[in-house]
Design a protein around this ligand. Structure first.
Ligand code: DGL
Length: 265
């Protein structure tokens, strides 16, 4: 069985690549819902429905033993509900689903004042605030939606992104946060630009840097899942729609020249 990695689009390939780098031995299937991306501006219910379809597809048709929902919007709006539903299913039909939001909150909760940049959907859900406060009730959490960053990242416009990054970071920096959480798959693309806009020593909490290790630790603690995973080092990339730009981004963000296939959920 394989490890499934799901995102609304191709941004999750940044996390997928980091996971593969740490654990190249496993077999992976990446699913990007490129036909319906972005999820960030959609309703709670739509994000839940789309994520559920993707999870069902990966578990039933692609025999994944474990699915990482690498999308923050889907993690914020759908993962907890899907986990509850999965838990009610009989043992044999049960697929473990993990999000990327709680691991980021574990890092954020180590600080007393953090700023979160995310999509409108993630910010509105207040999931980062709730989860961080569960771990550290004293932590002050400031959020700012940064809706323009996803299209700019996909267009490769790092230079054009700078004034927007400055605008989105400003209210968080004014409150003298200790760390900035990149609460969206695409934002690690702008890590260098963000570094140049924040005071030296301020931490950037970027999921590609700790999700792989947290997943490896999870597998160590869950030998029943680990032993189901096949190890031939293969990766399959599935998308629900493809354009030249999507293909270019897939190569650039995954760092490998892999042919992607189109599927219907
Ligand atoms: N993958 C989404 C996230 O991490 C960003 C793109 C979208 O809006 O679908 O929130």
């Amino acid at each position: 069985m394989r490890i499934g990695i799901f995102d609304s689009g191709v941004g999750g390939l940044i996390i997928a690549q980091a996971i593969r780098e740490l654990m190249p031995e496993y077999d992976y299937v990446y699913l990007g819902d490129t036909k319906r991306v972005p999820y960030g501006n959609r309703s709670h219910e739509a994000v839940y429905q789309f994520t559920k379809e993707a999870v069902n597809y990966l578990s039933r048709k692609k025999s994944c033993a474990l699915i990482v929902v690498a999308c923050n919007t889907a993690s914020a709006r759908a993962v907890a509900r899907i986990q509850k539903e999965m838990a009610k299913m009989p043992e044999g039909k049960h697929t473990k689903v993990l999000g990327v939001l709680v691991p980021a909150c574990e890092e954020a909760a180590l600080h007393s004042r953090v700023g979160v940049l995310a999509t409108v959907g993630t910010v509105t859900s207040r999931s980062f605030v709730t989860e961080i406060k569960k771990l550290n009730a004293k932590c002050r959490v400031l959020q700012n939606p940064a809706p323009i960053l996803v299209p700019l990242a996909e267009a490769g416009e790092s230079e054009l992104a700078k004034p927007f990054l400055k605008k989105y970071l400003e209210p968080l920096l004014k409150e003298r946060v200790e760390a900035i959480v990149l609460g969206c798959t695409h934002y690690p693309i702008f890590k260098e630009e963000i570094k140049n806009l924040i005071p030296k020593g301020m931490r950037i909490i970027s999921q590609d840097e700790f999700i792989p290790k947290k997943l490896a630790d999870y597998l160590e603690r869950h030998g029943n899942i680990k032993k189901k995973l096949s190890k031939s080092g293969k990766v399959e990339i599935l998308l629900t729609d493809k354009t030249q730009n999507i293909e270019d981004l897939t190569r650039a963000w995954f760092g490998e020249n892999l042919e992607s296939k189109i599927v219907s959920l």
